[in-house]
Structures are given as C-alpha cells and as structure tokens.
Design a protein around this ligand. Structure first.
Ligand code: BES
Ligand code: MN
Ligand code: ZN
Length: 495
C-alpha cells in the first residue's frame, strides 16, 4: 500500500475515486465546495433535494461526476462542524471506504485529511486514515473455499493537505498508520483462526515466523519441561486437561541499545472450554478468541518491528488450552506458582489469571520500564464496559492515565477501574495464599486484583479486552484492538 500527499484542487485530481465531506446544516467542506463549483452544483443540488444530509458516516457514491477529473466521487457526512473531532474523522473515513468496498477502485484521494479536525493534528489524520485503509483491506479466507466478496483493490491512498507544511506530518502519520494496520491484521488473523489450528504450538510457530521476517527480533519458546523447572505450576495446571502442550513464547525486539525494555504480556488461551468448571454451550465457539491478548501483543510487536521503531520491547505469551479430562485440574486443587505463592483453584474457568501470574513473575526478572498485560480476562468486564472500552487496572495511576490518553488519541478507548485492598481481600482462601476467584461482585476488578498480587516489583497495568477483542453476531470477527492503543503508548516512549 502506497501513501502520498497532495495539495491539488479536488476537482482537478485524476483518480479512481475522490472522497470529500459535508457537514450537517448544508455546510460543505472546502473540497466539497471546489467540486460543487466545478461540477455545476453537483453536491449542493443533492443537499437541497434532501439526498445528502451530512449526517456523520452517511456516505454516497456518485459515478462519473460532471466537471471532475475523478471517475468516482464519495460524499461522506461529517456531522456537526464544531464537534468534528478525531473519532468523527475516523468514523467518516471508514464509512467512505465502506461505500466503495465492492468497486474496482485502485487509487483513492481523500480530502477529509485537509479538514480542520478538532484536537487532531495532521499526524493523526494521516495515521487514522492509513490505518482505516489497512483495516479495510483485511479479509479472512484461509478456511473458506468461497472467497467472495473479492478483496478490495485499493493500492494507493493520497491524502490531501490543507497546507504544504502539513505534508511531512501527514506522511509520517500515514506510515505509522499502515504499520499499525499490519499489526492489527495479524492480531485479527490469529484470533479468527479456528482453535483446532490455532493452538499453543501454532502461536509459537507464528512467533518463530515473525522472528525470521523482521530484523532485531529474536524468539524463545519455553516448553513444559522448561516451565516445570522454573516452577510455573500455576500456568502448567491450566493445560493439564489438554492434549496440546502449553508454551511460553517470548519475543525480544532490541533497537535501542541496552535500555530496559517495555514488556507486554498477552493471555494465550487458544480455547477456553472452562475446563472441569465447563462453560455453557451457547457461543462457546467464541472462546477461540481467548488468545486475543496474545494476538494483540504479537500484533503490536509486528507493528513495532515493521516500523523499525527505536525502542526495546519484549512480548511474552503464556499459552495453553483449557479442557476437561481425567487429567484436568479440579476445583479445590492447590498449586504453587512461580512466585512461591500458593493458589486454591476454586473455578477452573478462571484460568487466564493462572497463566498470567506466572508469566508476570517471569517478566519482572527483566526489570521492565513498564509491564502491561492484555487479556480477555472476564465476562464481568463486558458487563461493566460493554464492547466499547477496554478496562485498565494498575499499581501506578500515572501509567493508567498514559494508557487511557493513548486510547483516546488512537481512537481505541479504555477506562481506568480501581484496584483497592478490599477487592484483593475477596480472594482470601482457607487452604492457600489466595483463591483464583473472588465471588460475583466486582468480578472484573477481583481478577485484576489477583494479578496485582504478583506484580509488586514493576510499574504494571492490566488491560481487560474481553469486550473489545472481537465482535459477535453477523459481524463476528477479531477487531485488532487494542493494537492502536498499545502502539500509541509505545510511540510516546520515543523522544
Ligand atoms: N475467557 C473468559 C472470560 C470471557 C468470558 C471473556 C466471556 C469474554 C467473554 C475467562 O477465562 C473466564 O471464563 N472468566 C470467568 C471468571 C469467573 C469464573 C470468575 C468469567 O468471566 O465468567
Ligand atoms: Mn475461563
Ligand atoms: Zn479464559
């Protein structure tokens, strides 16, 4: 995908498709105005007829527009002018692209990037547009013979700049946006791949392929015997009922001398049946997405490596399959974690925290600048925040502020939830140092509080993506979240 910038007049641009915006209350953007003038009132007539409302995200595709050099014109609604911010910009861009999904457009010129977007500098306009295009081009077809609808053919995106001086920023943003989309699409591929294919060994193979593909990237995979030697009995207990061996996958990207790394840990349960505490049947297939955290941190790593960012980043993926069997962990079993703390497993379906606690103990040996775990950890998070925001818990409130701010900038929102001792107290056990469940109340937070007990030696945050990693229903599929948030956070580390 190629991305360039232009300052040319919208009517004079020879292209397969030009995208312009209109606001509500019949207000045309500057580019729409230019096209209207060249095209004998083409847009204003449609507005006057009531065919184009300017409602945010409402897009119309016009063929062979009179007076223009372009073969097609997309007019997309931008909503109210004085509330047009980065979220609206992102949404309008996506809507415009969706309106040309089944066309043969190969190159597109967007004038949305030349609009004044509230609190959104040209860098982010470039980044969000290129990311949206990268996402738009994604399809999952590896397990389907029928490959319709065909993949969109867009190969070149031209972004209009309001000022000549905006062009460098737009270009840098577009480059980062394209890299982020590469990461998101890897995350989506890993998530969507069925669980009979995407098992812990498959994730390890994918990590090995990444290390082959990118420079400055090394891989290490710990096998069950290695983990046993390290005392990771909590992690290992989760895979006991599965025929698939558990793995701990580590990717080290070093492109900033010997500076301490940032570490991302991702929950890699490749299928969560619940184990002996078996889940109910409906929508159980969606538990293939229980490796969404692993997919997100691997996607973030792919983006970082593809962009060759000058940072040090380590990604750690504890991976197992949670299945019932005669060898599976029972409710009531007590295991000793790598930290030395003992855990009473009262519910085998609260397995994510059991693999994460050992991975977090392991990660802290590296003295990370920040330690962030990403996990589809609780159904309670979906109840609390819905599918719109990820949940953030931390032992360092400034880190939470940074994460929430990164989510705002990247249009990949998160919300800071509290961690107090009272929540940790809900995890008291009569038979071990702590239990793996804390009762129904505050379930998203007691899960975070469990991890908190294992992360006292780092600047740590936990991101619960149970609601944001995938969509259900007709649009079932992985979203690629929270790769944009993670990349924004990592890009902030560069000065
Ligand atoms: N992977 C699930 C969480 C989940 C459930 C994510 C539904 C998205 C949708 C996790 O392993 C789990 O089963 N959590 C339990 C915890 C409970 C047993 C304390 C849950 O949320 O019900
Ligand atoms: Mn579970
Ligand atoms: Zn799970």
């Amino acid at each position: 995908m190629e991305c360039v910038t232009t300052t040319a007049d919208a009517a004079k641009k020879a292209t397969d498709c030009v995208i312009v915006g209109i606001y509500d209350k019949k207000r045309l953007s500057e580019a729409a105005e230019a096209i209207d003038d060249a095209g004998d009132g083409l847009i204003s007539k449609l507005v006057d007829q009531g065919d184009l409302s300017g409602k945010l995200g409402a897009a119309a595709l016009l063929a062979r527009p009179a007076g223009l050099k372009a073969k097609r014109l997309v007019v997309v609604g931008l909503g109210t002018k004085n509330t047009f911010g980065r979220r609206e910009y992102h949404r309008a861009t996506r809507a415009a692209l969706a309106s040309i999904r089944s066309t043969k457009v190969r190159d597109v010129v967007s004038y949305l990037s030349a609009e004044p977007v509230r609190d959104c500098e040209p860098y982010y306009r470039g980044r969000l547009a290129a990311q949206a295009l990268g996402e738009h081009l994604y399809r999952f077809t590896s397990t389907k013979n029928d490959k319709t609808p065909p993949a969109p053919r867009i190969r070149k995106l031209t972004l209009a700049a309001a000022e000549r001086s905006d062009r460098d920023e737009l270009t840098l943003g577009a480059e980062h946006g394209a890299g982020i989309a590469v990461g998101m699409n890897l995350t989506r591929d890993l998530g969507n791949t069925p669980p009979n294919i995407c098992n812990p060994s498959y994730l390890a193979d994918q990590a090995r392929e990444m290390a082959d593909k990118y420079t400055n990237l090394e891989v290490r995979v710990l096998e069950e015997e290695d983990m046993l030697a390290l005392g990771m009995n909590s992690l290992l207990s989760v895979g006991d009922g599965s025929d698939q061996p558990s793995k701990l996958i580590q990717l080290d990207y070093r492109n900033n001398g010997d500076a301490s790394p940032a570490i991302l840990v991702g929950k890699g349960i490749t299928f969560d049946s619940g184990g002996i505490s078996l889940k109910p049947g409906p929508a159980m297939d969606e538990m293939k997405y229980d490796m969404g955290g692993a997919a997100a941190v691997m996607g973030a790593m792919a983006a970082v490596a593809a962009l060759r960012l000058p940072i040090n980043l380590t990604v750690i993926v504890p991976s197992a399959e949670n299945m019932p069997s005669g060898r599976a962990t029972r409710p009531g079993d007590v295991v000793e974690s790598m930290s030395g703390k003992t855990i009473e497993i009262l519910n085998t379906d609260a397995e994510g925290r059991l693999i994460l606690c050992d991975a977090l103990t392991y990660a802290q040996q590296y003295g990370p600048t920040m330690l962030i775990d990403v996990a589809t950890l609780t159904g309670a998070c979906v109840i609390a925040l819905g599918r719109h925001r990820s949940g953030v818990m931390t032992n360092d409130d400034t880190l939470a502020d940074e994460i929430v701010a990164a989510g705002e900038r990247a249009v990949d929102r998160a919300w800071h939830l509290p961690l107090d001792q009272e929540y940790a107290d809900q995890l008291k056990s009569n038979f071990a140092d702590l239990a793996n469940i804390g009762g129904r109340e505050g379930g998203v937070i007691t899960a975070g509080a469990f991890l908190w007990q294992f992360t006292k030696k780092a600047r740590w945050a936990h991101i619960d993506i149970a609601g944001t990693a995938w969509l259900s229903g007709g649009k079932k599929g992985a979203t690629g979240r929270p790769v944009p948030l993670l990349l924004d956070l990592l890009l902030q580390q560069i000065d």
